[in-house]
Design a protein around this ligand. Structure first.
Ligand code: KIV
Ligand code: ZN
Length: 515
């Protein structure tokens, strides 16, 4: 099996997504996670573009080891000097130089003739090659450059010392067959074309970035440039998680492997989404919240019998907390029984019949049934309180002048005792969480919050999904309410209750609570 080099450009091309820019300390955090994920190359920024980017590339080169660092530069001496200086402490590095090659770019953007552009490419590659052994060169807009001039440029830069040729589909225009042909054509027809390595860099304007990257592999590319969550200019770049999971799932057929640690995929995706303020579409392959969620009764039934009936990947192997069953109006009795069983409740057939009737009524009225709604329905049906703790009362004072203050009353359902807690924070959510934390006898770490509006208009419900972690194990709670602060509080309480229940089960079984 051939190894495919995964070149991550989340911090360079990905950061070119509108609104996604990062502070240097945030870039360093993401780079460390990329290293954990197992990428081979990190392109951490564009050193000549700003002092902040220069500093981030410099710090990442110094501290992120075991990964090749790529310094990005236009074919200009000043850019190359900045990229050289910023990456000089890297254990392993390459420089990535680019200049446009398509006639459209030459005429309207560079306003230069072919000879002049060829001369710049040749001169700058040989300048950079004096300092660094690995030089990647990109003829920008390669897929809209005619074969003849593309070959001429590739031959010129190989002769000047380039060792990796990237053929970017800058505007996401290529079709898979064409892109595969382009690699094969350049590789076999350019003089010395077989002596260098090839890289693919695809944009997603037609939704073909992953398919085109796979086609490039068939055409002879051994490096793929990709970003986490597929972020990047316009419609984005090739999505790293989609590409690497396609290879992991169908690798036998493709004859290739990558070094990506799939258990880090979800954590990396969430980190990038959070830091770059970039929400992930619900139906995004691999990392979208619906990617492993099943609502249809027939699918749920099949899954409960055998996961492989409707899933080709195991979400838990990607670090995705499993909540494959989404309860809604299409769900059947089998799924309902299973979900209730996960809360440690065994129902008789009669109790299940009763629960199923009230569940369908609620599902019809509210589209989705969240865990806390289900638990309260179960409680009404069998007259037992399942959750260790219940929220009784929440008050929060917000103001634009001072810190937010909250007071929360929580009932311990085992003893029946109600206790009140107060806390403050920079926002109402932080203030409430400080209160709830005091009631929970575990060290709960707040990991993540997603907030969405269900339906539209002023009366829409807010849906909050909160992820917490206890001793390294993640728990996800969902809360739905007209009041978004209440939705977050319910979601947080539900996640904490799951953690407490899991902890108690482990103690009952005599197992150590931490993993
Ligand atoms: O899309 C593109 O062409 C690029 C290059 C400069 C590699 O990002
Ligand atoms: Zn690009």
């Amino acid at each position: 099996m051939k190894h495919i080099t995964i070149f991550d450009t989340t911090l360079r091309d990905g950061e070119q997504s509108p609104g996604a820019s990062l502070f240097p300390h945030e870039k360093i955090r993401v780079a460390k996670q990329l290293q954990k994920l197992g990428v081979d190359v990190i392109e951490p920024g564009f050193p000549a573009s700003s002092p902040g980017d220069f500093a981030a590339v410099e710090e990442i080169s110094r501290t992120v080891t075991g990964v090749e660092i790529c310094g990005f530069a236009r074919a200009l001496r000043g850019d190359i000097d900045a990229a050289l200086a910023a990456t000089q402490s890297a254990q392993r590095r390459r420089l990535h130089l680019f200049i446009s090659s398509s006639q459209i770019h030459l005429d309207f953007q560079l306003k230069k003739g072919r000879e002049e552009v060829l001369g710049m490419a040749r001169d700058m590659v040989s300048y950079a090659r004096q300092f660094v052994d690995r030089i990647e060169f990109s003829p920008m807009d390669a897929t809209r450059t005619g074969d003849e001039f593309l070959i001429e440029m590739v031959e010129a830069v190989i002769a000047a010392g380039a060792t990796i040729i990237n053929l970017p589909d800058t505007v996401g225009y290529a079709l898979p067959d064409e892109y595969e042909r382009l690699f094969r054509m350049v590789r076999t027809q350019a003089r010395q074309g077989e002596t260098v390595e090839y890289s693919a860099h695809c944009h997603n304007d037609l939704g073909l970035a992953v398919a085109n990257s796979m086609a490039a592999i068939r055409g002879g590319a051994t490096h793929i440039e990709a970003t986490i969550n597929g972020i990047g200019e316009r419609a984005g770049n090739c999505s790293l998680e989609e590409l690497t999971m396609a290879i992991a799932t169908r690798g036998e057929t493709l004859g290739v492997v990558t070094g990506i640690r799939r258990e880090e995929i979800y954590a990396t995706s969430r980190l990038v989404s959070r830091m770059m303020n970039f929400p992930i579409a619900y139906n995004k392959a691999i990392v979208g919240r619906n990617a492993f969620a099943h609502e249809a009764g027939i699918h749920q039934d099949g899954l409960l019998k055998n996961r492989s009936t409707y899933e080709i990947m195991d979400p838990e192997a990607l670090g995705i907390p499993r909540s494959m069953i989404v309860l809604g109006k299409h769900s059947g009795r089998h799924a309902l029984k299973k979900r209730v069983g996960e809360f440690g409740v065994a129902l008789t057939d009669k109790q299940l019949d009763n629960l199923f009737i009230s569940f369908k009524e609620l599902a019809d009225a509210s589209k989705r049934v969240s865990d806390d709604q289900l638990i309260s329905l179960v409680g009404d049906t069998i007259d037992v309180v399942i959750d260790p703790y219940s929220l009784k009362d929440i008050q929060v004072v917000t103001s634009n002048q001072m810190t937010r203050v909250a007071s929360v009353t929580i009932v311990d359902n085992e003893t029946g005792e109600a206790s009140s807690y107060s806390g403050n924070g920079e926002g109402p959510v932080e203030a409430i969480i400080h209160c709830i934390k005091q009631a929970i006898p575990l060290d709960v770490v707040f990991v993540d919050l997603e907030l969405h509006s269900i339906a539209s208009g002023e009366t829409a419900n807010g849906e909050a999904a909160v992820m917490v972690s206890v001793d390294g194990v993640s728990y996800r709670g969902v809360g739905i309410d007209r009041d978004v602060i209440m939705a977050v509080s319910r979601a947080y309480m539900s996640a904490c209750n799951q953690a407490v229940r899991a902890h108690r089960l482990l103690l009952q079984e005599g197992l150590p609570a931490a993993n």
